[in-house]
Design a binder for this molecule. Structure first.
Ligand SMILES: *Cc1c(COP(=O)(O)O)cnc(C)c1O
Length: 424
């Protein structure tokens, strides 16, 4: 194990992004040491520069009052505009195709209002097997809202074997065989449980050639893997900002609507005043004139105190650069995977795909001996300051995040695994 630690320190020394670790508050373990924090896929850490960014907004409110909408360093009225370009770069979209608003599940509902339009034989929604519960609840309730029975109309597609990994080819085959019964495909960019990253271009193309609307839930993909939403041809996408985007619990989410739908007044859509054309918004006219682009889906004036962390976090992504972050992520997760294979194979099986292009940061580790030993390992990690997360019945998820995790973090986690194995 010593060899891994030495190698990790050498890799950290030559890591061009290593300075970003000091840009974050890393929680401390009871012994005063920083935690081995591997939960960035669940809640990203707080950027240190956020305090000053929040203070600026509080100061603007304090000193400007209502005039803060139009004055100051970042007037609130067009505040969401500040997030547009960085968000577009993050997900590979045109700037007019993205908007920061609401939260993820809210955005999924708003998108389904527009893009889930069952008609004739097309009544079903296709989702992945074992979806995140909120997505399933959202989809089921949308079906019921249209008078449809989820037992008939919700199709969960798995691998057919253990449902862990799902080949794009089997999604294509399903769409070819049953596409004419589907009204919508809602698919994850990265599966939250397995860590599998999907080829969104292939999925969107297969759906569209079967005449089916297609949207992506990018909760575990945004800020984690390279994305090219515009080119994928997806109708819509939505993601949260508190996982890899480090914008704080419940942060303002993101939403994408493909350019080809902009200005289409035939689409059903729920309206609010912030979706109105900014020129007409304050005329208080009874007639709704939609803003251009994805902005037309906005409802309310944005929560500035919640947008400031997202702005701050996106600035860090812009500075570090997505290609550099992905390059480090591949090395970091690859290092941890090699360590687990090399030293802990008797204890753990990696269920996340081995091919780097089929995964992001996260590795999902199945504890071979089952639940009881898995819980003991999880508790052992926790007591020793390693923060991971547990998924029933026997999986521990760990996500080395390139912005703030180090190779040494990964080596130390590996040392804990092997120390635990030695006690069994
Ligand atoms: C994290 C996550 C959510 C959470 O939804 P919120 O509306 O942000 O509470 C939903 N779906 C998936 C796939 C997730 O990973």
């Amino acid at each position: 194990m010593k060899r891994w630690l030495e190698q990790a320190r050498a890799l950290d020394a030559e890591d061009p992004l290593r300075a970003y670790r000091d840009e974050f508050w890393i929680p401390r373990h009871t012994d005063g040491e920083t935690q081995l924090y591997f939960c960035g896929n669940s809640l990203g850490l707080q950027p240190r520069r956020l305090r000053a960014a929040m203070a600026r907004e509080l100061e603007a409110w304090k000193t400007l009052g209502v005039e803060g909408h139009f004055k100051g360093e970042a007037p609130w009225m067009p505040y969401h505009e500040l997030l547009r370009e960085p968000l577009a770069r993050l997900v590979g979209a045109q700037p007019c195709e993205v908007v920061a608003m609401n939260s993820l599940t809210v955005n999924l509902h708003l998108m389904m209002v527009s893009f889930f339009r069952p008609a004739g034989r097309r009544q079903r929604i296709l989702i992945e097997a074992q979806p995140f519960p909120s997505d399933r609840y959202a989809v089921e309730s949308q079906l019921r809202f249209h008078g449809l029975d989820p037992a008939q109309c919700l199709v969960e597609l798995g691998s057919g074997t253990d449902d862990r990994l799902i080949e794009e080819a089997s999604i294509e085959a399903y769409l070819e065989a049953h596409g004419e019964q589907l009204a919508l495909v809602l698919w994850p960019g990265v599966h939250y449980a397995s860590g599998q990253s999907f080829d969104l271009h292939r999925i969107a193309e297969a759906a569209r050639s079967a005449g089916v609307a297609v949207g992506f839930d990018l909760a575990h993909a945004a800020g984690n893997v390279p994305l090219a939403l515009h080119d994928s041809g997806a109708d819509f996408a939505a993601w949260c900002s508190y996982k890899y985007l480090n914008a704080g619990a419940g942060a303002v989410a993101g939403c994408f609507v493909h350019e080809r739908h902009h200005g289409n007044n035939q689409l059903p859509r729920f309206h609010g005043w912030w979706g109105a054309d900014p020129e007409s918004r304050f005329r208080m006219s009874p007639e709704f004139r939609p803003a251009g682009g994805a902005d037309a889906w906005q409802l309310s004036n944005p929560p500035i105190l919640a947008m400031a962390p997202l702005r701050c976090s996106l600035q860090m992504f812009e500075e570090a650069g997505l290609p550099a972050l992905r390059a480090k992520s591949l090395r970091l997760t690859g290092f941890l995977a090699d360590l687990v294979h090399g030293e802990c194979a008797a204890l753990l099986e990696i269920i996340t795909p081995a091919e780097p292009q089929r995964r992001g940061c996260q590795l999902s580790l199945r504890v071979r001996a089952g639940r009881a030993q898995g819980r003991r390992l999880f508790d052992f990690l926790h007591v020793h300051g390693a923060i991971a997360d547990w998924r029933e019945p026997d999986v521990i998820r760990v996500a080395p995040v390139p912005l703030y995790n180090s190779f040494e973090d990964c080596a130390r986690l590996g040392m804990l695994f092997s120390e635990f194995a030695g006690t069994q």
